[in-house]
Write a protein of this length. Sequence first.
Length: 163
Amino acid sequence: MPKNQEKKPENIDWQVPEYDKHEKGKNWYIFYSLLAFLLIIYSFFSGNFLFAVIIIIAAVVIVLRDGQEPDLVKISLTEEGVTVGKKFHDYDEFKNFSIVYKPQQEIKNLYFEFNSTIRPRLSIPLRKMNPLLIRKSLLRYLPEDLDRTDRPLSEELGKLFKL
């Protein structure tokens, strides 16, 4: 290979589940069914029928989603951008990236902050990928947010409530 010709960076690919599937026991279903029932009763007494419809739709979605396994989604980091499944994101869409790696807590995630306030963040589990390799690759295209050291509150709450 000639000295003046740089080696072209390779794509980094891996697969992740479409969403985290939490194991829910019998007590979880009893508690949240009771909570949904109480919220529906409250919505009827307050005259807020739309709230009752939203609670019912949410319950149906949760039950349907629990009945199936999440699909695997292919993630690709290329020199042009990030592909998540069939959706491509150019690096220009992102403000920065960060990697939260805490092996004792089994946390190993990649986060992209969007420039747009409409969609604030893209979260991608790294699974068995080497975070140093991912970081080295992304530093060529985006600045790193070193202030993020933990998962976002929304992800912590999702894990806590098993949603």
